[in-house]
Design a protein around this ligand. Sequence first.
Ligand code: B12
Ligand SMILES: *[C@@H]1O[C@H](CO)[C@@H](O)[C@H](O)[C@H]1NC(C)=O
Ligand SMILES: *[C@@H]1O[C@H](CO)[C@@H](O)[C@H](O)[C@H]1NC(C)=O
Length: 434
Amino acid sequence: MGLFCSSTQMKMIFCVIAALFALTVANTAGSDNKNLLLRLNQDLLRSTENQESLPNPSIHIALRLSTQHNLIKEGQYLNQLKTKFHEDIQSTLNTGKPVVGRLALYVLALKASCHDLSNVSLLTGEKSEPLLTHLKKQMELEKEHIAISDRPLTNYYQYSLGILALCVSGVRVSSHVSHKLTHAALHSAFKHGDSESVDTLAIAGIALQCLKEAETPVKNKKELDEALATIKQKIVDSERADGHLGNEFSTGLAVQALLALGNNVNECSKFMKALWTDVRKGTYHNPMAISQTLPALQKRSYLHLKNKECLNEDDTLVLDPVPVVLPTLTNVLLPVELEVVKADGSSFSYQINVPNGTSLLETLTLLQQQQANFRFETEDSLWGPFLSVLNGEQARQTDRRYWHLASNGQGLSQGIKDYKVEAAQKITIKNTGY
Ligand code: B12
Ligand SMILES: *[C@@H]1O[C@H](CO)[C@@H](O)[C@H](O)[C@H]1NC(C)=O
Ligand SMILES: *[C@@H]1O[C@H](CO)[C@@H](O)[C@H](O)[C@H]1NC(C)=O
């Protein structure tokens, strides 16, 4: 009896110790994540102070979906969007280029600040029309293009953003427009390079879920439900061995979609752990990447914009002065072989040595200075510089071509400015059709 008793006591003591230990570990993990989240939120807010690039509506959306705010800075950024970004969309519309993705993100950014959309108009030619009218028209053009050539003018990612923005603003989406998206989802039409685009599945999922919950229900409910089920399954199936859904840069959007589709996302799930590991490693430094991940880390999705009320908001987010990081001077020079493969299959090879940590953009710039027969050009995008012209040859999106980037045969998961050379390697840049 005594033995039994003491053994129970022992067990109890052990249990208490174990529980205390577990609590401490959980607590440190919790406060650790809290600090990581704060830093990421601050990084995103700091990026709005960069006056060189066009204000980015995706950044504003993420700041507004966050739990912590800096209301003055957010207000200033909104004003920049309403002037600079507004004008940029207007001039793109005037050149007749498709802009549905940017238009949609702009609408979502205004919604994120509870801005009245009815009085925001865009001036094209001599005519001024409401923003949402423009978005509806652009979606019609996209839909016509799908009907004729089986693909949108832009891509299904932007087409989905368009539906989401209309839906979140309470505008009825025509069943023809939504049918084109459910059809594409059911026929695996979301591609990024050679593989299925998890990012696109995610935005399409959030957009279709918004339609499902809308006041005026869609005509073909059965097809909508099927598409949603397919999308969810594909997102779940995209899980890699390391827990990412797709890759590092699609996991945030994929988590947003799972949340929007009503899934209970557990902080201990493999993909949430993968996200936190990325945050800790500093994977998300590109503001666009932060903007797509930050909502997911706080269990929010773009669907939250629908019922957003901007009342009694927190105003505690402040920027600490950034610690001065001295550039680590390395003398290690790394040999890089650069191969350019043009559309006709002809290829050109170049050799260059660059210090460890040099970005691909800097590498190309150095090469251009050293070799008269190497030339390149870039175009700005929300993700940063997009490589558009090499040695006079343009890989144009209008021709459904782009310069594909690879290192030792492996496609890069980042663009030229973010990718850093940290080992000797062969970079291949190939004019590729999609
Ligand atoms: C569609 C798409 C493409 C299409 C765009 C053309 C088209 N009409 O469909 C194509 C096939 C050309 C493409 C190419 C690449 N892409 Co891409 N793309 C996307 C996708 C799914 C949607 C982009 C979009 O339309 N955004 C909406 C509009 C409103 O924003 P935007 O800035 O105006 O859009 C333009 C730019 O985003 C640009 N673009 C597309 N991809 C990339 C990648 C980089 C690094 C840059 C700077 C620009 C850029 O094309 C868009 C249309 O004009 C995103 C997914 C995502 N999460 O954002 C991935 C995504 C942006 N792409 C990615 C990558 C890695 C690439 C490539 C570097 C792949 C490679 N190994 O070559 C190349 C770019 C190479 C280069 N020349 O600089 C990553 C970027 C991650 C990162 N941290 O940088 C993303 C996030 C996908 C992912 N999860 O991995 N892409
Ligand atoms: C639109 O209305 C909001 C208030 O809802 C106001 O703050 C803003 O200045 C108006 N914008 C324009 C372009 O008239
Ligand atoms: C380059 O630097 C990175 C990070 O600083 C390091 O991990 C890597 O080993 C270095 N590469 C070489 C070849 O020295």
